[in-house]
Design a protein around this ligand. Structure first.
Ligand SMILES: C[S@@+](CC[C@H](N)C(=O)[O-])C[C@H]1O[C@@H](n2cnc3c(N)ncnc32)[C@H](O)[C@@H]1O
Ligand SMILES: [Zn+2]
Length: 327
């Protein structure tokens, strides 16, 4: 078994050897091995063909092959800011709603509408049907595992979570976020070392998307939940802190990119009004795309100039879209 506390043992049945199931790395051509199932072997995960993947001291396993493109994800400072900001509970309404949507109920049943949400022209997202006793929840670009841990806490015992990221700083935190989380490094853009139709709930919260792999790993009765920013998200920080990136993903564009593989199953929008100290505003800016471009010191200087001795009113503006796999 995998080392106690890492959660990797719980998610092993879902994971696959990236060499056996993906494109073989240079010099290792030949027929891919049958199914690429992995077992724990002295601090590593290994497949029947002998490919090994170390479980690091941080408690996560690296399932990237030598051929993988070099993408490193969020930095240590960004991840620390995310941990601190989410840990203070500012995004609790979002975590709570994700947990409600993922919670057990028959397929097609309607979740109780959340009065804080504007269901807009769409329908309320339907909750997933975690078949059997052990639904698998996979979060792609899971960061610190904060939302995934909240979702697992609301599901029946036996539910397990796979936290995927490319940032080692995020993965170390995710591995400790919940005892049933297995933290795994791979690039969302490439082939996923995950078994076909093995995931009951797939979460994508402000993270990269790969519709083909999302469809392949999701069970036919599974639920995909995608959270993206809406126009006006953090608008109050944009000028004063010089926020970059965070282009709102036009809803129709998102639906277009998933249309042939997923059917829209609900849309919910809501705002979270926050009153933040300058330090909290800095964390919020730092944990997003701006963290790749500005230092904490630069942001702190801007925040102290913008809000000397007072707090900043900030609006988080989100949309949650649910999708069901097409047949
Ligand atoms: C904006 S953060 C969201 C984190 C988490 N979903 C949350 O809401 O707290 C995006 C995350 O995606 C990760 N990421 C970026 N590119 C990635 C990729 N190609 N594959 C997997 N993860 C990636 C980053 O390291 C980061 O942790
Ligand atoms: Zn293998």
């Amino acid at each position: 078994m995998a080392p106690a506390g890492t959660g990797l043992a719980a998610v092993l049945p879902v994971l696959r050897c990236p060499v056996c199931t993906g494109a073989p790395p240079a010099g290792q051509g030949g027929a891919p091995h049958a199914d690429g199932a992995l077992h724990e072997d002295g601090g590593a995960l290994r497949c029947a063909a002998g490919h090994g993947f170390d479980i690091g001291r941080g408690g996560y396993v690296n399932l990237r092959t030598g051929r993988a493109r070099r993408v490193t994800g969020d930095t240590a400072a960004m991840v620390a800011a995310r941990q601190s900001f989410l840990g203070a509970g500012h995004y609790r309404p979002l975590t709570t709603r994700l947990a409600e949507l993922a919670a057990a109920s028959p397929p097609g049943a309607r979740s109780a509408p959340n009065p804080a949400w504007d269901a807009g022209p769409g329908t309320t997202c339907h909750p997933a049907s975690p078949a059997g006793s052990g639904p698998v929840v996979l979060e792609i670009g899971a960061g610190t595992g904060h939302h995934l841990a909240g979702v697992l806490a609301a599901l029946p015992t036996g539910a397990v979570g796979v936290a995927v990221d490319v940032s080692k700083y995020a993965l170390r935190r995710a591995a400790r976020a919940h005892p049933k989380i297995g933290a795994v490094a791979f690039d969302a853009a490439g082939p996923w070392p995950v078994a076909d139709a093995s995931v009951g709930v797939l979460l994508d919260v402000f993270a990269p998307r790969n519709p083909a792999e999302m469809r392949r790993v999701l069970r036919p009765d599974g639920l995909l939940i995608v959270v993206t920013p809406e126009p006006g998200h953090l608008a109050e920080l944009r000028g004063p802190l010089g926020l970059v990136g965070m282009q709102p993903d036009k809803g129709d564009r998102l639906d277009e990119r998933t249309a042939d593989r997923f059917a829209p199953a609900g849309l919910e929008r809501f705002d979270i009004p926050l009153v933040l100290s300058p330090d909290e505003a800095v964390d919020l800016a730092l944990m997003g795309p701006t963290g790749h471009h500005r230092t904490a010191e630069d942001l702190r200087h801007r925040a102290e100039t913008a809000w000397p001795r007072r707090q900043a009113a900030v609006t988080v503006r989100l949309v949650v879209r649910c999708y069901r796999p097409r047949g």
